[in-house]
Design a protein around this ligand. Structure first.
Ligand code: G1P
Ligand code: ZN
Length: 545
């Protein structure tokens, strides 16, 4: 027997979710668990022999150990070269760019995104293909099938590769090139945006900002791009040191988790003009103004409406795509621009084909994700730089930019109510109940609300015609309001029911209402139609985003 061959037993639970395989660290540390999944990826790839792969992660706990295992397995599986981010670091957008730039076969990204880290936190493995984007369902399904019957994996004898210094190393026959994780990505950002204009804005006495890296992967990227290249005082970049447990916090940029930034931006005695944060692996963004929050669905619409102020998009954009639960604010912009707006299932993998085939230039999700055709992942710092470039050109505040957008296009009031850590059977019961009532709902009237359409969202990819079913329940009212239900595919504990609620308001006099209040009737109806209280025992959501 080949001395690199190790016997193992199949696992039944390695099905990739919305964004790769995510489990608690304890799972990944269990004997052969990581090895099985990696071998399943390798077995599912054609052309692995002699190929180039990219490897890196968000630096969370277990990143370094996982990298040593994956390098030894890649060598034993005949990979030609691995481009590894120094110290095992590559933000998700940077990894996507490196895969594209060096024409790699793909990349293994070690991240659980915004999930907490540390020995009791989560870990994750995601495979991205040669376009730099997350593996499509066809490939993730093949990996899952493989993992359920795998009996052996290949690994080189134990040896430690120095991953902290730049340079080239050998592991058996395989080359390992340890690369600077920041430089290629920073250059890409510099070629996309008007850096001199942003630099001038940052230097001006009337402007101040704060960027929160949340002790996660974007620290070094922000230090290089915002600090060194754009001249931002390093005091304006907080939590820049990536920590394996993200300082014990949730590395998720939203109003309840990015506490330090939020308290600065909502300080009545005077706040910076601009605030922004990114998540664990650097693909999400949150944008704040002085005492003002930019809803991520609005952010996508606003960036699309203003694309032409950015050097890279001067000639206009081809189209926009948004995930189905994301608000319809972007649709209004697309309509005005006379370009298509695609509605895809949740998860970045569904944007890949549209981007590859030049159908769209921008895409985004309500979950603090925005991006463009420069890579095939969402990109937190890209969105931050876009906003800075926009402010530099408009010479206006974040709040004014948003309000003027609403005045022109109307406002999509929007909120997401999450019921987290539900027993799986309760969450399944809610979805089952909704599915069984779909045919009865159209035509039903609740005060002023009349249901126009109710369905279980199916997506047919316009490029390869692949079909993705069961992507969420949509209840659409005849005034355009929507209630959407779906179960999260990224959690590691029980099930999370997400309810997305949206109402359009065209009257400028009504653009300043409290979000939850103005959505009250839809929120109450969303709970009633899904029998949330009866089927889960929960009288209120555990998180409101
Ligand atoms: C969540 C978000 C989704 C995003 C994904 C990865 O997935 O809702 O938009 O693409 O994280 O960042 P979910 O947990 O809802 O499946
Ligand atoms: Zn992320």
């Amino acid at each position: 027997m080949d001395s690199n061959l190790k016997r193992t037993q199949p696992f039944k639970d390695q099905q990739p979710g919305t964004s790769g395989l995510r489990k608690s660290v304890k799972y990944f540390k269990a004997e052969n668990y990581l090895q099985n999944f990696i071998q399943s990826i390798f077995n599912s790839l054609e052309d692995l022999e002699g190929s180039t792969l990219v490897l890196g992660g968000d630096g969370r706990f277990f990143n370094r150990e996982a990298i040593q295992i994956i390098l030894r397995m890649a060598a034993a599986n005949g990979v030609g070269e691995v481009l590894l981010g120094q110290a095992g670091i590559l933000s998700t957008p940077a990894a996507s760019h490196v895969i594209r730039k060096y024409k790699a076969l793909g990349g293994i990204l070690l991240t659980a995104s915004h999930n907490p880290g540390g020995p009791d936190g989560d870990f994750g493995v995601k495979f991205n293909i040669s376009n730099g984007g997350p593996a499509p369902e066809k490939l993730t399904d093949a990996i899952f099938e493989e993992s359920k019957q795998l009996k052996e994996y290949k690994i080189e004898k134990a040896q430690v590769t120095p991953i902290d210094q730049l340079g080239s190393f050998k592991l058996a026959e395989m080359n390992i090139k340890v690369i600077d994780p920041v430089i290629d990505y920073a250059d890409l950002m510099e070629s996309t945006f008007d850096f001199p204009a942003i630099k001038e804005l940052i230097a001006s006495a009337d402007f101040s900002m704060c960027y929160d890296a949340m002790s996660a992967v974007t620290g070094p990227y922000a230090t290089e791009i915002l600090g060194s290249r754009l001249g931002l005082d390093t005091n304006a970049i907080i939590n820049t040191q990536p920590l394996m447990n993200f300082g014990g916090r949730h590395p998720d940029p939203n109003l309840s988790t990015a506490k330090q930034l939020v308290s600065k931006m909502y300080d009545k005695k005077g706040a910076p003009n601009f605030g922004a944060a990114s998540d664990g692996d650097g693909d999400r963004h949150m944008i704040l103004g002085d005492y003002f929050f930019v809803n991520p669905s609005d952010s996508l619409a606003i960036l699309a409406a203003n694309a032409q102020v950015i050097p890279a998009y001067e000639e206009g954009i081809k189209g926009i795509a948004r995930s189905m639960p994301t608000s319809q604010a972007a649709d209004k912009v697309a309509e005005k621009l006379g370009i298509p707006c695609f509605e895809t299932p949740t998860g970045w993998k569904f944007f890949g084909n549209l981007l590859d085939n030049d159908q769209i230039t921008f895409c985004g999700e309500e979950s603090f994700g925005g991006g463009a055709n420069h890579i095939r992942e969402k990109d937190g710092l890209w969105a931050v730089l876009f906003w800075l470039n926009l402010i530099a050109v408009k010479q206006d505040s974040v709040e004014n930019i948003v309000r003027k957008h609403w005045a022109e296009y109307g406002r999509n009031y929007y909120s997401r109510h999450d019921y987290e850590r539900l027993p799986n059977k309760d969450a399944d019961n809610v979805m089952r109940h909704l599915k069984s009532s779909l045919t009865l709902l159209p035509g039903m009237q609740f005060d002023t609300l009349r249901i126009d359409k109710a369905d279980d969202f199916t997506y047919i990819d316009p490029i390869d015609n692949s079909i993705s079913e069961n992507q969420g329940i949509r209840i659409i009212f005849d005034n355009g309001s929507r209630i959407i239900y779906r179960l999260s595919g990224t959690g590691t504990e029980g099930a999370t029911l997400r309810i997305y609620i949206e109402r359009f308001e065209g009257d400028i006099e009504k653009h300043d209402l409290d979000i939850q209040e103005t959505l009250t009737d839809l929120i109450q109806l969303s709970v009633k139609l899904a029998k949330v209280v009866e089927l889960t025992g929960k009288s209120k959501p555990s998180a409101i985003v």
